[in-house]
Design a protein. Sequence first.
Length: 359
Amino acid sequence: MAYRISRDALCAFAQRLLETGGMEAAKASVVAELLTRTDEMGVTTHGTSLIPYYLPELKSGAMTATGIHEVVTDTGVTMVWDGNYLPGHWLMTQALDTCIPRARDHGIVTLALRRSHHIGCLSTLTRIAADQGLVCLIATSDPAGAWVAPYGGVEPVLTPNPFAIGYPGGDHPVLIDTCASITTVSKMREHINTGTSFAHPWMLDGQGHATADPTVVKADPPGTILPVGGLDHGHKGFALALMVEMLTQGLAGHGRADHPTRWGANVYLQVMDPAAFGGADAFAAQVGHLNDRCRTSTPARPDAPVRIPGDRVQAALAAAAADGIVLPEEVWTRLRACAVEMGIPLPDDDSTPTRKDTP
């Protein structure tokens, strides 16, 4: 069972939940828009499904509901911001709005953001710059989080440490979005909430054995998420995790060494203008040629042609525009529970009959 809802209804519903939870209206509007956009892209683990996790953070004050960031350093092409645990989606739009024009002026600009709250789906953010003809690299970590053990160990030390790059790719941007661990915390929570195991042994129990059971993170001693490569080649994921933590914590001048306790995000953001390098036309020619070569490569399975990262997102956006956004039952159940608890009517109860059960 899944639930289908129009974009406008979902975005308005999300904003009302966030505002009722205490977030400033202007910030709630940005966060709701980007969460809805993420659901449109088909990444429902990082869309409005995050609201039930954000609301307790707002209530406790762990997510700062009002105010602005602090500029720690600014050389023109490099910056450090302190986000004061403000909503991450809002902070990232502020960062992109600052970096994009500077990248056009200087060719490249880099910003390290510390003490943001969670920033959501990275592809949703890189796509903003890529749609404007720019290359955008984002990496993030949570200095207070510990879900992944270093390769060869069993104790959780690292976070999944995602990194993404988006760039113009012809009909739509190329959106590469991955992480240093085999799976994400949001996907792990989804499996725990639905009572399902992973299809493969992506977790490590507290004794160092690979398992498909996500609930090992609740055991004593706790299990962890395996790095990319698993027990066989996990040194590669571990190395990527160290790289992300260096970029996001080392360059920001704040991280695990400060022993933070609040759920947050440190971010490395870099925006580049191809026009300042080999030229925008040359960039488009090279990217287009490579994309074509990959897509026309003989597929291992005739019914599964090679895709470029971003192809699936483009298809999901087209489907959502035509038929509405599809949310898994697990997501809608948690959103509905939040609405009931806060006394907020569901979209159907708000005279917007856009939600339909779908098989």
